[in-house]
Design a protein around this ligand. Structure first.
Ligand code: ADP
Ligand code: MG
Length: 560
C-alpha cells in the first residue's frame, strides 16, 4: 500500500482510542469536567453498561453559547494556555481531548447554560460533527448525553466485557470521585436503579459509608496529618486489618485530588501494613496526597490516570509513614499473651498457660482490634526489673515498659518537634573532633550535609575526606555521635526520608540502654514524658514500648 495521510475522521477515532477505552472512561472524563466546572451536584445515569446511554448532569459553570462548538474541537481547553501552566495546574482536565474523543466514537447531545446567562444552548453531534444547535432553557450547569458508544467501531465493542463488568467499572469511577470530593453530592443510577448517592456535606466518613458501607466505615481511622517538615501532605483514612480484601481495589490514591493508579504508592501502603495482614490480603485505604503542583507531572498518560513525582522517595516515605502511624495509633497495647507468642520459648513439655499460643494479631482479621486512643493511662511506677524494664501499675493492671524503646520514642518526638520549630538544641564539643569518611560515604554526606546541619550537627569539610565536628544535637547526650553518622551514611538506600532516619538514629543512640539501672525519679520522669508523646505505644522503629497485663488476665491466670 502506498503511504498516505489518514483522513480526519480515522485520525479522530484512533486518537479517541487512547482516551475512551470503555464506557467508564467516558464517565470519568465527564465527571472530571463537571468537577472542574465547580459543580456541587453531579448525577450520572447509565444504561446498558454505558453503551446505550451515559448522561452526566452537573450544576457547574456551564459553557457560553458562543463556545459550545469550540469545546468539541480537539485540543480546545479553557484550563491552560501555556505549557508552564502545568506547573501550577489546579484542574483535572488540561488536554482538551475528552469531548472531541467522545464525540468521535458516539452520538452526543449537550444542554448547557453558563452561570449568569439568561438562556442555555442545545447542541447535538454525530461522528464528531455538529448536527443541530439551538437555544434551550435550563438552569446553570451542563448535561451531556452520550449514546451508542462505539457503535461505529466494532473492534472496540468486541473488547468490552459483560454489561455487569462495565457497570462495575463505572460504579468504581463514580465511587472514587465520591471519596475524593466529599463536598460534592454524587448520584449514580444504573438502569434506573440508584447505585450510589452521597450527601456532599464534606465529610469523608459519609462518603466511606456510602461507598463501602457501615461495617467498613466503622473500621476506618483517620490519618492525622503529621505536621512535620515534608511538603508532601498525606490525609485520608486507613482501614483496620480486619476489613482486608482479596484485591487491591480498596486502595485509592488521590494526588492533588486527582484519582490515580500508582504501583509505587500501593507498595508504600502495603509496606505500612507489613506484619498486620495475611499474605494475599489487601487493605482498604483512602489516601489523599497533596504535593506542590510543580513536583508532580500529570501529563504522562492520555487518560491522566498516572502521574510521575519529581521526588519519588519523599512521597513513598510520606505515605508509608502516615499509614503506619495511623495504624499504630489505633492498635491496642499488645497484651502479654500476644507479645509472648512472638518470643515463644522453646516448647519443652507444657508451656505455662500465660505463654499459650495465641494467634498473633495478624492472623485474627475477624476479630477487629479495639480502637484505643493513642494515649496512655496515668501510670504509677512500681520499680525496675532486670535493669531494663519499668514495672508500672495503671487503672487496668500491670504495664511493663521497655526503658530503651520508651526513651527512643521520647527523644524522637523531641527531635521532630525541635526540627519543626527550627529550634534544634545543640551542644558544643570542648575540642572539635575529626570524622573521616570513605568516598562513598563522602558522596552521601555531601548531598545530605544541609539536613545534618539542620538537625544540629556542626560539620565542616576539613579536606581529604575529613570533616571537623564542632557540635551535635543535645538529645544525643553522651551517646556515640560518630555511630550516628556512620549509621545514617551507611544505609543510604533511596527510599527513605533522610531527616527521619537521622532522627531515629539520634533517638536510638541518645536513649538509655537496657541494663542501665534507673532511679525512681528517672523512671517516673520517663513514664511522664512517654505519656506526652505522639504514639506512646511504639518506638520509632515500630516496636512496642510497653506491654500490658490486664487485671482480668491476672485474675484469670490465678483462677480467681
Ligand atoms: P479539558 O477538560 O481537558 O479542558 P475537554 O474536552 O474535557 O477538555 O473539555 C473542553 C472544554 O469544555 C473544557 O476546557 C471546558 O471549558 C468545557 N467544558 C467541558 N465540560 C464542561 C462542563 N461540564 N461544565 C463546564 N464546562 C465544560
Ligand atoms: Mg476534560
Amino acid at each position: 500500500m502506498p503511504i498516505r495521510i489518514l483522513d480526519k475522521k480515522v485520525v479522530a477515532q484512533i486518537a479517541a482510542g487512547e482516551v475512551v477505552e470503555r464506557p467508564a472512561s467516558v464517565v470519568k472524563e465527564l465527571m472530571e469536567n463537571a468537577l472542574d466546572a465547580g459543580s456541587t451536584q453531579i448525577a450520572v445515569e447509565v444504561r446498558g453498561g454505558g453503551i446505550s446511554l451515559i448522561r452526566v448532569t452537573d450544576n457547574g459553570d456551564g459553557i457560553a453559547s458562543t463556545e459550545v462548538e469550540l469545546a468539541f474541537e480537539r485540543y480546545a481547553t479553557s484550563k491552560i494556555s501555556h505549557i508552564d501552566d502545568l506547573q501550577s495546574l489546579r484542574s483535572l482536565g488540561f488536554r482538551g481531548e475528552a469531548l472531541p474523543s467522545i464525540a468521535a466514537v458516539a452520538e452526543v447531545e449537550m444542554v448547557t447554560c453558563a452561570a449568569g446567562s439568561t438562556e442555555g444552548t442545545y447542541v447535538s453531534l454525530e461522528g464528531g460533527v455538529v448536527t443541530n444547535k439551538k437555544a434551550h432553557a435550563r438552569p446553570p450547569g451542563t448535561t451531556i448525553t452520550v449514546r451508542n458508544l462505539f457503535r461505529k467501531i466494532p473492534a472496540r465493542l468486541k473488547f468490552l466485557k459483560s454489561t455487569a463488568t462495565e457497570n462495575s467499572h463505572i460504579a468504581n469511577v463514580v465511587s472514587q470521585y465520591a471519596l475524593a470530593y466529599p463536598e460534592v453530592a454524587f448520584r449514580l443510577d444504573i438502569d434506573g436503579r440508584e447505585a450510589l448517592s452521597t450527601a456532599g456535606k464534606g465529610s469523608l466518613m459519609d462518603s466511606v459509608v456510602a461507598v463501602y458501607g457501615l461495617e467498613v466505615a466503622r473500621n476506618m481511622v483517620e490519618i492525622k496529618d503529621a505536621a512535620d517538615w515534608s511538603p508532601v501532605r498525606v490525609t485520608g483514612m486507613v482501614g483496620a486489618p480486619a476489613i482486608s480484601r482479596a484485591g487491591r481495589d480498596g486502595i485509592s490514591f488521590f494526588i492533588n485530588r486527582r484519582w490515580v493508579n500508582s504501583r509505587l504508592l500501593v507498595w508504600a501502603v502495603e509496606e505500612a501494613y507489613h506484619g498486620l495482614l495475611m499474605t494475599g490480603k489487601h487493605p482498604v485505604d483512602i489516601i489523599n496526597i497533596d504535593v506542590p503542583a510543580g513536583e508532580v507531572d500529570v501529563n504522562i498518560h492520555p487518560a491522566k490516570s498516572e502521574v510521575k513525582f519529581q521526588n519519588e522517595p519523599r512521597v513513598f516515605v510520606a505515605v508509608q509513614k502516615a499509614v503506619r502511624q495511623a495504624l499504630v495509633a489505633q492498635m491496642p497495647v499488645p497484651a502479654i499473651a500476644e507479645v509472648a507468642t512472638a518470643y515463644r520459648p522453646p516448647s519443652t513439655g507444657h508451656p505455662p498457660s500465660l505463654w499459650k499460643a495465641m494467634p498473633p494479631l495478624a492472623n485474627t482479621p475477624t476479630h477487629p482490634a479495639p480502637t484505643l486512643a493513642a494515649t496512655l493511662p496515668a501510670l504509677r511506677v512500681i520499680g525496675q526489673a532486670m535493669a531494663s524494664y519499668i514495672v508500672a501499675e495503671g487503672p487496668d493492671g500491670l504495664y511493663l515498659i521497655d526503658q530503651h524503646a520508651a526513651h527512643e520514642r521520647i527523644l524522637f518526638d523531641q527531635v521532630r518537634a525541635q526540627r519543626g520549630q527550627r529550634a534544634i538544641e545543640v551542644q558544643g564539643l570542648l575540642e572539635p573532633a575529626t570524622f573521616e569518611v570513605n568516598p562513598r560515604e563522602e558522596e552521601v554526606l555531601k548531598s545530605h550535609l544541609a539536613e545534618l546541619v539542620d538537625l544540629g550537627f556542626a560539620l565542616e569539610p576539613f579536606g581529604n575526606r575529613t570533616y571537623l565536628v564542632r557540635a551535635m544535637p543535645v538529645v544525643l547526650g553522651k551517646g556515640d555521635w560518630s555511630g550516628v553518622l556512620r549509621e545514617v551514611l551507611d544505609g543510604a538506600e533511596a527510599r527513605t526520608d533522610w531527616s527521619e532516619r537521622v532522627a531515629i538514629s539520634l533517638a536510638c543512640h541518645g536513649a538509655v540502654r537496657a541494663g542501665q539501672s534507673l532511679s525512681d525519679d528517672e523512671m517516673r520522669e520517663l513514664v511522664l514524658q512517654l505519656e506526652k508523646t505522639s504514639s506512646p505505644h511504639t518506638c520509632p522503629h515500630g516496636r512496642p514500648t510497653l506491654i500490658h497485663l490486664s487485671a482480668g488476665q491476672l485474675s484469670k491466670e490465678f483462677g480467681r
